[in-house]
Design a protein around this ligand. Structure first.
Ligand code: PLP
Length: 456
């Protein structure tokens, strides 16, 4: 029987001309946000337990960000980048020089994480052209990765589900297995494995021929396509060694992990490695404006400076004064309140609370992550870590229960990609305090408990 509620929902869906992620689902209407909380039009309160898509790093409704927006809007909101530069764009680029490690000093602004990784791809290819090696045009990456939705960035992404529809249009890029110790693709354990997952990069380069490889791109901590997977010790050091040996640039995709999220400025700072190019987005403005960037090392920019003198990329809104003023205010806020350090400390608390849940709920197979980027992977069998089949939709059920109870968490793929297994990301704003972590974990626990008993 069709209920009145279903009829109402369908009418509501048909009336709206906004294309939403799932066309036959209705979504609450956001009204306002304050700190780690979001409120919908009915007055319902939600803990923003994943900062949206791991974006709202400093929380919602912060007056000093609104002030910075207003001040810039009253001066000038738009200038075109080939006619003018602007004070906020210059200041933010200088700040990013201080935030980024080593000689990663030069910023090219874009508007989304996908554009940032796509620009990184183009810059890497251009670098080798300027150096007289035009055959180096491929960018290797890992299966179980997400670098964006535009065709170039999707070509680099090993996210099976997001690639599927466009595979014939994509470059044949992803190549190596992820450093996924919970389900090691090589059926090994660390450290006896000798980092086979890192060494696979060397084999991939040799297979393709180093003359064809411009760069290797990786998320330092794998986000939505793995559920906060942290590689084993020594992994990135080995990766960088291999990249250097074969003249392959290393691009760190910090779109999700940047700006304090993992308890360091950038997630790659957890290892003794300096990338050649860093892609950033999301936390750069904490969701207050669309802005992303590709940050380039002295080494990579030098041949462009001496050669063509132009980075062949850019968008109408690149280096937009309004968006960069927001980025500047957000990074000032992160610095003023020491949010990177706070993420490290509160992240430890969140992690130990979640690990404790794992002891009580057998469907929780793994809890992992760094700082305030944590992932929980679900399993159907504690002995062999068998994932749930996709039809069971465990994470979907848990996310939906959490939402009913006023907690937002983010879906992540895990297990056997595209076939079975799932995880969620728990990544609240870096401003979260201990009592709020308790509330978040309480709701998450209730939801896991209910879904687990429904599965029995
Ligand atoms: N890179 C990573 C690691 C991401 O997590 C994302 C988005 O989730 C992107 C790139 C793409 O960013 P955007 O959605 O802003 O295009």
């Amino acid at each position: 029987m069709i209920s009145l509620l279903t009829v109402y929902r369908e009418e509501e869906i048909m009336k709206s001309h906004l294309i939403k992620p799932f066309l036959d689902e209705s979504y609450p209407v956001a009204d306002y946000g304050q700190g780690i909380y979001l409120y919908d039009k009915t007055g319902k309160k939600y803990i923003d337990g994943s900062s949206g898509a791991v974006t709202a790093n400093i929380g919602h409704g912060i007056p000093e960000i609104a002030d910075a927006m207003k001040k810039q809007a009253e001066k000038v909101s738009f200038v075109y980048r080939s006619q003018f530069t602007s004070e906020p764009a210059e200041k933010l680029a200088n700040k990013l020089k201080d935030w980024a490690p080593g000689d990663v000093n030069w910023t090219f602004f874009v508007n989304s994480g996908s554009e940032a990784t796509e620009t990184a791809l183009k810059v890497a290819i251009q670098y080798w052209q300027e150096k007289g090696k035009p055959s180096k045009i491929k960018v290797l990456s890992r299966w179980m990765s997400y670098h964006g939705i535009t065709l170039g960035s999707l070509s680099m992404s090993g996210h099976v589900g997001r690639r599927a529809r466009f595979t014939p249009l994509l470059e044949d890029f992803p190549s190596v297995e992820p450093p996924y110790c919970f389900r090691c693709p090589f059926k090994q354990t660390h450290p006896q494995c000798g980092l086979m997952c890192a060494d696979e990069l060397e084999r991939a380069i040799l297979r393709e021929g180093a003359d064809h490889i411009a760069a290797f791109i990786a998320e330092p901590v794998i986000g939505a396509s793995g559920g906060a997977i942290v590689p084993p010790p020594g992994y990135y050091e080995r990766i960088k060694e291999i990249c250097d040996k074969y003249d392959v640039l290393f691009i760190a995709d910090e779109v999700m992990t940047g700006f304090g999220r993992t308890g360091k400025r950038f997630a790659i700072d957890h290892w003794a490695v300096v990338p050649d190019i860093i892609a950033v987005g999301k936390g750069l403005t904490g969701g207050y404006a669309p802005l992303a960037a590709t940050i380039i090392s002295d080494k990579v920019l030098a041949p462009v400076r001496q050669g063509s003198k132009i980075i062949m990329s850019g968008h109408t809104y690149s280096a937009n004064p309004q968006a960069t003023a927001v980025g500047l205010a957000v990074l000032n806020y992160v610095e003023k309140y020491n949010l990177t350090k706070r993420a490290e400390k509160t992240g430890d608390k969140l992690m130990s609370r979640l690990k404790n849940l794992k002891r009580h709920y057998p469907i929780i197979g793994d809890v992992r992550g760094k700082g305030l980027l944590t992932g929980v992977e679900f399993i159907s069998n504690v002995f062999n870590h068998m994932p749930f089949s996709s039809e069971v939709s465990v994470s979907k059920k848990i996310i939906s229960k959490c939402m009913d109870k006023g907690l937002l968490v983010y879906p992540a793929s895990a297990g056997i990609e595209g076939k079975a297994g799932d995880a969620v990301l728990i990544a609240p704003p870096l401003t979260i305090i201990e009592e709020e972590i308790n509330d978040l974990v309480t709701i998450f626990e209730e939801s896991v408990k209910e879904v687990q008993s429904e599965l029995q």
